[in-house]
Design a protein. Structure first.
Length: 287
């Protein structure tokens, strides 16, 4: 089995040397080093590491900004924050960005190696979530539209999309937080939304604001029900939803730069509804 390849990002030569020797003693191979934001992406693309250790304090920027840029360059990058600072606020920001682990200086070699091992080990819980999520979210949209609008729902599978998707008119995005972070996308035409409102209220919609409010609430209910169903299957998911963001523009593009979305097309008597769901690893690798 080949050695784990590690890239070290730290503006301190002494810190890079200390971390490098610790890693090498543990059987890792240090394949690259960067001391600033300027050399970060080029070095990463050249050495293609399995793991990146990242200091918080960097000249002209910080480890958070470096990590965001690195994840935009490669969403699968696995980053461990290595810093003398460690508190709830910095930990929360690291998890929000998608940093895989956090080790405090002075670095304990055994602990750092254990974090690396944990990050690179197969994450069976994440794989379980990825397998369960599409069917569960489909079930949630089917249950709620059938219950509220008294109409059946069928589904057409769609290809996983990680490129831009052109909206049909109204797009709602709901963030999902918990052991794994993610997003749910609900997209439908204005005409479809208007027909749903009329079925629910037994009258035509009064204005566009009423239609958009209905779509936001429908998306919120679907996401909440689906997350509750997933939590019942395994409570360690700990999923919760954030307030919906609604975008109205028939030419809007939906993009998921950090997520590969699994999608399906719900066929209703009102019209088609796109449902997209995606999760990424992050907090689950923390120990």
């Amino acid at each position: 089995m080949s050695a784990t390849k590690v890239m070290i990002v730290d503006d301190s030569f002494f810190s890079r040397t200390l971390i490098a020797e610790t890693l090498q003693l543990g059987g890792c191979e240090v394949v690259g080093e960067a001391d600033s934001f300027d050399s970060l992406i080029e070095t990463y693309n050249d050495c293609k590491p399995d793991i990146v250790t990242m200091d918080i304090v960097m000249p002209g920027t910080d480890g958070f900004e470096c990590s965001r840029s690195l994840l935009m360059n490669d969403p699968s990058a696995k980053i461990i924050l290595v810093s003398s600072m460690k508190d709830e606020e910095t930990e929360a920001e690291a998890k929000r960005i998608g940093i895989a682990g956090y080790v405090q200086k002075p670095v304990d070699g055994e602990y750092l190696l254990n974090v690396i091992k944990n990050i690179l080990s197969p994450d069976t819980l994440y794989e379980q979530l990825i397998e369960l999520a599409p069917e569960t979210f489909n079930e949630a949209i089917s249950q709620n539209i059938t219950r509220m609008a008294k109409t059946p729902v069928s589904f057409e599978p769609m290809e996983t999309f990680d490129v831009n998707y052109v909206s049909k008119g109204i797009t709602t995005v709901i963030g999902i937080i918990g052991r794994y972070s993610g997003s749910m996308i609900l997209d439908l035409s204005l005409e479809t939304a208007e027909q749903i409102v009329e079925a629910l209220l037994h009258r035509p919609s009064k204005n566009r604001e009423e239609v958009i409010a209905m779509v936001a609430e429908l998306a919120n209910i679907i996401a909440g029900v689906a997350c509750s169903m997933l939590n019942k299957k395994d409570k360690t998911f700990g999923l919760r939803v954030s307030p919906p963001s609604v975008f109205f523009n028939s030419s809007s593009e939906i993009a998921s730069p950090n997520l590969k979305m699994q999608s399906s097309l719900a066929q209703t008597s009102f019209g088609p509804i796109l449902l997209g769901i995606g999760f990424k690893k992050g907090a689950a690798s923390w120990i």
